[in-house]
Design a protein around this ligand. Structure first.
Ligand SMILES: [Zn+2]
Length: 324
């Protein structure tokens, strides 16, 4: 199922036939926009409806949930160790993204959704959700002697702690638009998300994103609009950019040769933010793209295939507060 989806995505995104100059579209080859899914679970509790758009959640996967009804003031889900704040969508209640970490063991756990009402009361809907194993491969990777110090687990622990301190910053501000999230680069996917990796036969690690075949200097674009949360150098990721898209969604861009942005900068979807390189723990030019939801590494390619609704419209926002 997973493989079929991926093959379809790759084929539909990048036609194999050569394109003549006059046929080249003005925009980069667009992926088909995800369409509004049909809920697989509908639970009615009083005047509130909880819809789930997933049957189960695989390790490293994100599921969409929807709360609708009268007099709603907000919603928040608890699943495993995480709390997920739902975001408002004009006249369509609240939507939440439920992420499962790639290290999460398989099994059935209760998803608990607390619905808040305008009169400051609340109610809770609880439903079991099954976590299933992800389709992860194993990889043996050789790191050159000069970069050997980068397979020290302590280096990785330190870097992840640094990133986690950023992911823990939650901004209740939605930056993405109706186009959702797109690939930052039109390129062939190579090494998959979640792979169990062993470096130089001793150091075990997990692949937190997808690798893409690319050349040094190829432009890298923002997967969606957001604010730069980090732009700098990390030991493993090399020259690295992290974008905060709001509501716990971050995208990361690694091993860059050039970084064009600075922390705090507002970025629009598709804007060029850097260029492909081979900095950090990298054996040659390639692009590494990763995403997190509520601090959990999730499959970035799969995430772009999801239909993710937009929050209240920009114009509505401007009526209430001026943008900074
Ligand atoms: Zn990678």
């Amino acid at each position: 199922m997973k493989i079929l989806t991926l093959v379809f995505l790759v084929l539909s995104t990048f036609p194999m036939s050569p394109i003549s100059a006059q046929d080249v579209p003005e925009e980069p080859t667009p992926t088909a926009l995800p369409v509004h899914p049909i809920p697989t679970t509908v639970l009615v509790e009083g005047q509130v409806i909880l819809e789930l758009y997933f049957e189960s959640l695989a390790q490293g996967q994100v599921g969409l949930a929807h709360i609708s009804g009268m007099n709603l003031a907000g919603a928040r889900a608890s699943f495993l160790e995480n709390v997920f704040d739902f975001f408002p969508v004009s006249e369509d209640g609240y939507y939440g993204l439920i992420a499962v970490g790639m290290e999460q063991s398989a099994g059935t756990h209760n998803l608990s959704v607390v619905v808040q009402y305008l009169d400051e009361t609340n109610s809770t809907i609880i439903t079991p959700v099954e976590v299933i194993l992800g389709p992860f491969i194993r990889q043996e990777i050789t790191v050159s002697e000069e970069l050997g110090y980068l397979i020290d687990p302590e280096v990785e622990r330190h870097e992840l702690a640094q990133l986690e301190s950023i992911f823990s910053t939650f901004t209740a501000e939605q930056h993405w638009d109706e186009n959702g999230f797109r690939w930052p680069l039109d390129a062939e996917l190579t090494s998959p998300f979640g792979a169990f990796r062993v470096f130089n036969q001793i150091a075990a690690s997990r692949h937190t994103g997808w690798d893409m075949r690319a050349q040094t200097g190829d432009p890298v674009t923002a997967t969606a609009a957001g604010r730069i949360a980090f732009a700098g150098v990390l030991d493993l990721r090399g020259n690295y950019i992290l974008i905060d898209h709001g509501y716990g969604i971050y995208s990361g861009y690694a091993h860059l040769s050039v970084v064009h942005v600075t922390r705090g900068q507002e970025i629009s979807a598709g804007e060029i933010i850097g260029q492909v390189g081979s900095t950090g723990r990298s054996g040659g030019a390639h692009f590494h793209w990763e995403m997190t939801v509520n601090g959990e590494w999730v499959d970035s390619v799969e995430f772009t295939e999801m239909w993710i609704p937009q929050s209240v419209s920009e114009s509505a926002d401007e009526n209430f507060e001026s943008s900074d």
